[in-house]
Design a protein around this ligand. Structure first.
Ligand SMILES: Cc1cc2nc3c(=O)[nH]c(=O)nc-3n(C[C@H](O)[C@H](O)[C@H](O)COP(=O)(O)O)c2cc1C
Length: 345
């Protein structure tokens, strides 16, 4: 049996395999009310039937102006949480574990009337200049993350991921390029980490399941002003000390610059391995892991503990069944006997 498709108890979760569907915004909330639609039930349901071990729901906003676009899902009201609870119970019934990525776009919340950010610097000329957050704003947004986590607990999610990557609000606090504050939330790495630290402390007080954090460990910046990989190794150690269950390692999105690292299958896995060197909690790999053999290689070599397949799962809901064929994994079970008949070619 392959590692990729074998069950595992990891990061506080009992998973039927090591394939994770990473958060991917679908911009399908056409009513702009943050509520899931028939699309979300079909979209996630298909991946659950397809056998994904853990589905992490797309970036879900903790407050309306934290949405990356007005078509995003939200969890800032009880009504939204109740609607999401139905989705969660359906997906679990198909055998997947289900998580939610809690998110705030900060200066990249394109549809916000007055986006907030640690510092009043626009992402680029197509984005509004954000308003620098006051200490009250900071406390309010942190409370919104905590309230969202409490609703996520009620909705039945198995895990929460805090979106600390891709240049959204938490990432904006972490990076000196976007955080030029002179108070307790800016300056040293420790100060820039404070916003995330306090969110995690609050979230962990209301959500007893595993809390993960997604980080962008390079901002793709060449001015010499970005956090270094060593800075992110330090952040990873702090997150482990705070009781974070798993680190989801990604890159980019902070500045309006194109990747300055080579892009190839598994291009971010080396970063996962570097973070794994300094922590003992599990670490995931993501980024063009379309080949099951590549995912298996990364697991077998201990570069990461879980493999996330994003666009591959958008293209192919049967990614896992096909992975089983590629890996000659005869133990993998498709959803039911009728689906088994579909395997005969
Ligand atoms: C359509 C789309 C939407 C995405 N939305 C999110 C998101 O909501 N949150 C996030 O952290 N990353 C998001 N991402 C990044 C993915 O989670 C993943 O890290 C990236 O696509 C690389 O993995 P892949 O090569 O397997 O697709 C998105 C990617 C795509 C393609």
């Amino acid at each position: 049996m392959s590692l990729l498709l074998s069950p595992v108890e990891i990061a506080g979760l009992s998973l039927k395999n090591r394939v994770v569907m990473p958060p991917m915004c679908m911009y399908e909330v056409k009513a702009e009310d943050g509520l899931p639609t028939a699309f979300h039930h079909a979209h996630y349901g298909a991946r659950a039937i397809g056998g994904v071990g853990l589905i992490i729901q797309e970036a879900t906003a903790v407050e309306p102006d934290g949405r990356l676009s007005k078509y995003d899902l939200g969890i800032w009201t009880d009504e939204q949480a109740q609607a999401l609870a139905k989705l969660v119970s359906e997906l679990k019934a198909f055998g997947s574990k289900v998580g939610i990525q809690l998110s705030h776009g900060g200066r990249k919340a394109k549809d916000a009337e007055l986006p907030l950010a640690p510092t009043a610097l626009a992402f680029n000329q197509d984005y509004k200049v954000p308003q620098e957050m006051t200490l009250e704003d900071i406390e309010r947004v942190q409370s919104a993350f905590v309230a969202a986590a409490a609703r996520a607990a009620q909705a039945g999610y198995d895990m929460i991921e805090i979106h600390g990557a891709h240049g959204y609000l938490v990432n904006q606090f972490l990076e000196p390029l976007t955080n030029q504050r002179t108070d307790a939330y800016g300056g040293s790495l420790e100060n820039r980490f404070r916003f995330l630290k306090e969110i995690i402390e609050g979230v962990k007080a209301v959500f007893t399941g595993p809390v993960w954090v997604r980080l962008s460990v390079t901002a793709y910046d060449e001015t010499g002003q970005q956090n270094t990989l060593q800075d992110y190794q330090q952040i990873a150690k702090w997150l482990e000390e705070l009781g974070v269950a798993c680190l989801d390692i990604s890159t980019g999105g902070v500045m309006d610059t194109r990747p300055n690292i080579p892009i190839y299958g598994g291009y971010q896995a080396g970063f996962s391995a570097k973070i794994k060197e300094v922590v003992s909690i599990p670490v995931t790999a993501v980024g063009l892991l379309n080949s099951p053999e590549l995912g298996e290689y990364i697991l077998q070599n201990g570069q990461a503990d879980l493999i996330q397949v994003g666009r591959g799962l958008i293209r192919n809901v049967n990614w896992l069944a096909e992975a089983a064929e590629v890996l000659h994994d005869h133990d993998f079970q498709v959803y039911n006997a009728s689906y088994q008949r579909g395997q005969v070619k």
